[in-house]
Ligand binder design. Structure first.
Ligand code: OAD
Length: 267
C-alpha cells in the first residue's frame, strides 16, 4: 500500500467513523506490539518457539503447574516494563470524548486500562475501559473455590510448593486468563456479541483473527448492516471482508483515524 492509497483509505475511514453512532473496537496483540509486548503469531510471535499446548491449556496446568506459572511469570515481567503507546492513548481519549464507543480486547496485558488512567485519571469512566475478553494476566483465580483477585506480586516459581495459593481454601491459584479449550466468560461474550450486533462500525486493530469466538465479532457487525475497518500491517482472513483495510501500524493509523489523545477532531 503506497502513501497515497493509505491517505485515501484513511479519509474513507474517517467518513465511516463520523457517520457511525455506535462503534465497537476490537483489539488484539498487534496493538501492544509497539509497546514491546510480543504477539502470538507471525515471525516474532511467542507461539513460534513456545508451544501453547504445553503452556496455555487446563491439561498443561494439571500436568505441570510450575512450568505454566514460570511462563506466565516471564510474560508478566516483560509486560510490567511496557507502557501504553499512542494507539492505546488515542483510543482511551476517543472513547471518553465520543459517546457510543466500546473497546473490546483479547489482550491480557492491561495496557488499555493504564491508558484510560493516563487520559482520565484514577477511576476512569467505563467507556475508556476495555472489556477484557481473555482475562487479565495480573489477576488470579482459585482452582477450587470462587476466589478471584488482582495479583501483582512476584511469583516464586522455584518449586510447585512455592506457587501462589488461595488465602481462603489453600488450593493453587492460576492466572485468570482464558486458555485454549476453555470457554470465555459467558457474560463477557454475550456483551461483546450484543455490542457488535448494535454497532454501525467495527474497528479491528492488530488481531490475526485466528481465535474464536472473538474473530466472528466483525462479521456480526456486518451481518447487522454495519461496516468493518481493519488496521493491520499484514493481511488477515478478515481483510477480504473489511470495507477498509489500513495496512499500517496501530500507532500510526489509530491516531490518524480517531485523533490523538489531545486532538480535538470531532471524529
Ligand atoms: P496474534 O499474535 O495472533 O496476531 C497479532 C496481529 O497483530 C497479527 O495479525 C499482526 O500482523 C498484527 N500486528 C503486528 N504488529 C502490529 C502493529 N504494530 N500494529 C497493528 N497490528 C500489528 O494476536 P491475537 O490476534 O491477539 O489467546 O491473538 C488472539 C489470541 O491468540 C490471543 O488473545 C491469545 C492467543 O493465543 C489466548 O491466550 C486465549
Amino acid at each position: 500500500m503506497d502513501l497515497h492509497e493509505l491517505e485515501r483509505d484513511l479519509e474513507a475511514g474517517r467518513s465511516l467513523v463520523s457517520a457511525a453512532k455506535r462503534i465497537v473496537v476490537l483489539t488484539g496483540a498487534g496493538i501492544s506490539a509497539e509497546s514491546g509486548v510480543p504477539t502470538f503469531r507471525g515471525p516474532e510471535g511467542v507461539w513460534r518457539h513456545d508451544r501453547p499446548e504445553e503452556l496455555s491449556t487446563p491439561a498443561a496446568f494439571a500436568r505441570d503447574p510450575r512450568l505454566v506459572w514460570e511462563w506466565n511469570a516471564w510474560r508478566r515481567e516483560r509486560i510490567v516494563r511496557c507502557e501504553p503507546n499512542a494507539a492505546h492513548l488515542a483510543l482511551a481519549a476517543w472513547a471518553l470524548r465520543r459517546p457510543g464507543v466500546r473497546i473490546l480486547t483479547q489482550n491480557v496485558d492491561g495496557l488499555h486500562g493504564i491508558a484510560a488512567v493516563m487520559v482520565a485519571g484514577d477511576r476512569p469512566p467505563t467507556p475508556a475501559l476495555p472489556l477484557e475478553l481473555h482475562g487479565s494476566i495480573f489477576h488470579v483465580r482459585c482452582t477450587l473455590c470462587r476466589t478471584r483477585i488482582e495479583h501483582r506480586d512476584k511469583i516464586d516459581v522455584s518449586s510447585e510448593a512455592s506457587l501462589p495459593r488461595c488465602s481462603d481454601c489453600g488450593a493453587l491459584l492460576r492466572p485468570d486468563t482464558v486458555w485454549f479449550g476453555e470457554p470465555l466468560d459467558p457474560d463477557a461474550i454475550h456483551q461483546a456479541f450484543d455490542e457488535a450486533a448494535k454497532a454501525d462500525l467495527c474497528l479491528v486493530i492488530g488481531t490475526s483473527g485466528e481465535v474464536q469466538p472473538t474473530a466472528t465479532l466483525p462479521r456480526v457487525t456486518q451481518a447487522n448492516g454495519g461496516a468493518v475497518i481493519e488496521i493491520n500491517p499484514e493481511p488477515t482472513p478478515l481483510s477480504a471482508h473489511a470495507e477498509i483495510s489500513l495496512r499500517a501500524s496501530a500507532t500510526s493509523a489509530v491516531p490518524a483515524l480517531v485523533g490523538g489523545p489531545n486532538f480535538s477532531r470531532n471524529a
